[in-house]
Ligand binder design. Structure first.
Ligand code: AMP
Ligand code: MG
Length: 410
């Protein structure tokens, strides 16, 4: 058996970020920028009002108040054809450009209007309620650097520059293949000994959640030829391929051999000291060094192996700097059985914030690599180190699978 870290290192040393591509900005949230993006326009582009109100000269209010003649009204999108003279004011709406001669704004709630006059009841300073040119973004400013992940605000910032596309690392196209003679096809009734394919839909969903483009490669029977054909074809069209089943020590577990054949020398079949998820095969294949992950067939093992090996590698392909999930310490409300088998146990658990401000493990799911339904409510995986004592009240490291579940509920 090899350590989890060693298996992970073997994978991560063999994957690098995908070639950058120009991508429409509205589709690039969550993508990683691959270039320096420099501002070409100032934002704001002109001096404008930050309030609905009256624009005037601050010096007119030096005595503590002023009664000014209203000479124009300016809406956002308009430009006044008049200059603002001393003793005058103009009605102005948020986002409208200040007229020449004005230097501040009095908000509408403070202004007292009578006919063509407005009384400003207090002294204002130049710049009050005024947005200056370049206050948010100056021309020439670096907006993004290689490795920065675009979020929704970033997409808005790019739109503010009039950019329609941006150079990012592509979302990885990731194929998913299930192997096994026992897998029923489609919705047909199950024959004797048949099971439904849980892994493929599970992985396709995980890929979507992980910002990848999932590609359904269907199923392959347990023959070297069928598996070889499916994986060969997949390597031509995908940036990475995940298969499940066939990596253990069974008589027809051929996936590990096929990955070794295709990977030529550098591929590796590993027994990793984790539970679940011990058997694992990995190699990079073909001219583009496409990673192929051979995950175990049991669905919970597949789920755990995806977290441990596949997700960090896919985030590397996508150019992310941060490739691991958030991991936090949590206090156990329930004991976790102490492992004594030389493996790190990766236990699906439910965590929630306690009233004491600590993250707490409130539930530990029934364990069994074939018990997928048992973990459906888990929002974290506890990493129970070898020999760790895991009594109630002890602390354990948890990898958060669903951060939203730790927010405030209704
Ligand atoms: P294997 O790793 O191929 O020996 O499979 C281990 C266990 O996982 C067996 O009980 C398989 O029937 C089961 N299994 C394999 N593939 C799938 C799948 N796609 N969906 C659900 N169970 C599976
Ligand atoms: Mg099998």
């Amino acid at each position: 058996m090899i350590e989890l870290d060693e298996a992970k290192r073997f994978v991560l040393e063999r994957v690098t970020a995908l070639e950058p591509e120009e991508w429409p900005i509205e589709k690039s949230s969550g993508c990683v920028v691959a270039t320096h993006v420099v501002a070409r326009e100032a934002v704001p582009g002109f001096v404008n009002s930050s309030m609905d109100g009256y624009t005037l000269r601050a010096s007119d209010t030096a005595t503590g108040s002023a009664r000014l003649r209203i000479t124009d009204s300016i809406h956002a999108g308009d430009v006044s054809s008049l200059q603002l003279e001393a003793g005058h004011a103009m009605r102005i709406m948020t986002g409208a450009p200040l007229p020449v001669g004005a230097d501040c704004v009095c908000m509408i709630e403070e202004a007292i209007v009578d006919d063509d006059f407005v009384t400003i009841p207090r002294a204002l300073r130049p710049g009050d309620f005024v947005r200056q040119v370049g206050e948010d973004t100056a021309v020439g400013q670096t907006l993004f650097s290689p490795g920065d992940e675009l979020n929704a605000s970033g997409v808005g910032v790019l739109a503010g520059q009039g950019f329609h596309s941006v150079l990012v690392h592509r979302r990885p196209r990731v194929g998913v293949l299930s192997t096994g003679n026992e897998l029923a096809q489609g919705e047909e009734p199950l024959g004797p000994g048949q099971i439904r394919d849980l892994n493929r839909p599970l992985l396709l969903a995980l890929l979507g959640e992980s910002g990848c483009l999932p590609i359904d490669l269907g199923t392959a029977r347990d023959t070297r030829e069928a598996i070889t054909d499916s994986l060969r074809q997949a390597v031509d069209t995908c940036d990475a391929v995940i298969s499940t089943g066939g990596v253990s020590v069974g008589d027809v577990d051929f996936v590990k051999f096929v990955i070794a054949d295709l990977g030529g020398g550098d591929a590796r079949w590993m027994q990793v000291a984790i539970k679940p998820g011990k058997p694992f095969a990995f190699g990079v294949v073909g001219p583009r060094q496409t990673p192929i992950f051979g995950l175990p067939g049991n669905p919970v093992s597949t789920r755990v192996s995806f977290e441990m090996f596949v997700r960090p590698a896919l985030r590397t392909l996508a150019g992310h700097r941060v490739i691991e999930r958030l991991a936090l310490d949590a206090v156990l409300d329930v004991p976790l059985e102490r492992p004594s088998d030389g493996k790190v146990h990766l236990v699906h658990v439910k965590v929630t914030w306690g009233e004491d401000g600590n993250l707490r493990v409130t539930d530990s799911m029934r364990r069994g690599s074939h018990l997928l339904n048992a973990i459906v409510d888990a929002n974290a995986i506890a990493v129970v180190a070898r020999g760790a004592v895991c009594a109630a009240g002890d602390r354990v490291r948890v990898v958060i699978l669903d951060a939203d579940s730790l927010g405030v509920s209704r």
